[in-house]
Design a protein around this ligand. Structure first.
Ligand code: ZN
Length: 286
């Protein structure tokens, strides 16, 4: 049996099963302080017998370098209590199992890549919600670089109808997350995107920013497919609007553009937990 943990800032999704494609039990708990949350997660997982490995896809920033002293830690998060949290060490120790560890979005990207049939080999997963994050699978492998991608913090060109809003990222102001995350939409227009009328300019403005991020990913890392999940992406028509805008921005230039796809998750809301199970499967084989 494998165990999976999708560690999010508001909830933890837990799962067990013999393979990523066969989750036999799952459970969701609220994210509170680390001690309470991780103890509850370990207790639920331990209740399903011995696990061959566990996989954790975590909110970050996280340390992914296996040779670093703080491998498996959530590192510098502003989330109260969670900075310098040894999430992989704690859960691996409590459960006596090897741990596969990556970002939540790299896990989701792995799961969507597998669900796509892995035909193209390269995919990005973007989550547009409370924050904005991006995971990358290139040639079948999750991308870490010297840390991990932070796609939410790239700088888009300002939309002509969005000159006044300063953005809400505490580090950068008007980075992508500062302009297009759920809290940025709420701060600007006092409502979520799905609550705004269909003719509100917010829809085109947010679609434009996300489309710029997609264009950057197509142009810089040459992914074939971009999967967009997260709460804001549930807004009716948004992903389709992003896809159309990205095509318009590219103007047919990029090589491979005929194969570019911007889609909703094939796995619906399960990309993250299935990805965590895939991390467990890889750790069990390592
Ligand atoms: Zn930022």
């Amino acid at each position: 049996m494998l165990g999976g943990v999708e560690a999010g800032g508001t909830k933890f999704v837990l799962a067990v099963g013999p393979s990523p494609g066969r989750i036999t039990a799952r459970h969701t708990i609220a994210t509170r302080d680390p001690a309470t949350t991780l103890a509850e997660a370990a207790e639920w997982l331990a209740g399903h017998g011995a696990l061959a490995a566990i996989g954790i896809g975590s909110f970050g920033p996280v340390e992914l370098d296996r040779t670093a002293p703080r491998w498996g830690f959530i590192t510098t998060t502003p989330k109260p209590g969670w900075a310098n949290c040894d999430i992989a060490g704690y859960l691996g120790g409590e459960l006596g199992a090897p741990v596969g560890f990556d970002t939540d979005v790299n896990g989701a990207a792995l799961a969507e890549h597998a669900a796509s049939g892995a035909i193209g080999g390269s995919l990005a997963y973007l989550t547009i919600g409370t924050g904005i994050g991006g995971g990358l699978v290139l040639d079948g492998q999750p991308v870490h670089g010297i840390a991990h991608p932070e796609v939410g913090h790239i700088f888009p060109r300002r939309h002509p109808q969005d000159r006044e809003f300063a953005g809400i990222c505490p580090h950068h102001g008007d980075c992508l997350e500062g302009l297009a995350s759920g809290p940025a939409i709420l701060a600007r227009w006092g409502a979520s995107l799905s609550q705004l009328p269909a003719d509100h300019p917010g829809h085109a403005i947010i679609a434009d920013y996300i489309a710029q991020a997609c264009h950057t990913l197509f142009a810089s890392v040459a992914v074939e497919e971009i999967v967009i999940g997260g709460g804001v992406a549930q807004t009716a028509g948004l992903v389709e609007q992003v896809a159309a805008r990205a095509r318009a921005l590219d103007a047919g230039y990029l090589p491979g553009s005929a194969r570019h796809r911007i889609i909703r998750p094939r796995l619906g809301g399960d990309s993250g937990i299935v990805g965590a199970m895939m991390l467990a499967e890889a750790a069990a084989k390592a």
